[in-house]
Design a protein around this ligand. Sequence first.
Ligand code: NCD
Length: 309
Amino acid sequence: MGNLVTMDDLSNDDIIAVLDDAERLVPVARGEILLPLLQGKVLANMFFENSTRTRMSFETAMKRLGGSVLNFSSVGTSVSKGETLYDTMQMIDGYADVAAIRHPRQGAAQYSADAVRIPILNAGDGAGNHPTQTMLDLFTIRQAHESLDGLNVVLVGDLRYGRTAHSLSHALVRFGASLTLVSPTSLKMPVEIVSDLRSHGADVTETESLNEQITGADVIYMTRIQKERFPDEEEYTKVAGIYKIEATDLVGAKEGMIVMHPLPRVDEIAPSVDSTKFARYFQQAFNGVPTRMSLLCRSLGVKVPKKVK
Ligand code: NCD
């Protein structure tokens, strides 16, 4: 109960309920309204891998709701003395009420959820899943398009190792999206994920070329090539910088189309795009705060009031 390891842990109705709660929490996320729903509760931020937005927005979310945060990182802790993930998580079970965990190993979040009693939120497990990112992505998409249903979404970049694309594609097809997967052959979406997407009845197209996809898209979701997951540097060099969009590439895009990116960007989106009406990635990063507030409340069994004031 309360865990979020993959998007399978949430039904479509759960997703909508979390997004509705998140929407009402926006003024709290901005610090305009004080609402200490999680006073006395402790979040453990367990980051065994680098993070800026995920860790900080979890921390802001918890603090804005009156809770507190224990920040763990694998540097400067007993992990460097050889402590196992199991043992570390046993401690956290006694120190915190909920934990967000990011780990380079796929499956580490499920392993942790099985090892402890407190709810676990998967903040990224290797090339596996990143469901809290998906929730803020869905929040952003719904904000722009008013609904999640039946959109044309183009996912671009490292679809092999990119955990944000894995979780998001799965969620989108459950809402009837048509997906175009744009990647070099070596970074295609894993076949088992593509067949899962198709088993939901989704229209999925795979291609290497981005240019023709721009005019039909409701959402273009750019991703970073996940350098740290490549077994060898030379393979990375072959695909580094392969997709890059500039403001001029977006001439002819649909009026309401949005460009998203989980960030950090390297060179996938030129700064010229930032000042166009299409750019949504910084808003998307902010949306991590209300969305994670809503997810923290759900995990801790705390109801978000129907009227927030
Ligand atoms: C992503 C991640 O860690 O998977 N970042 C994030 O959480 N916003 C994407 C990435 O690192 O490329």
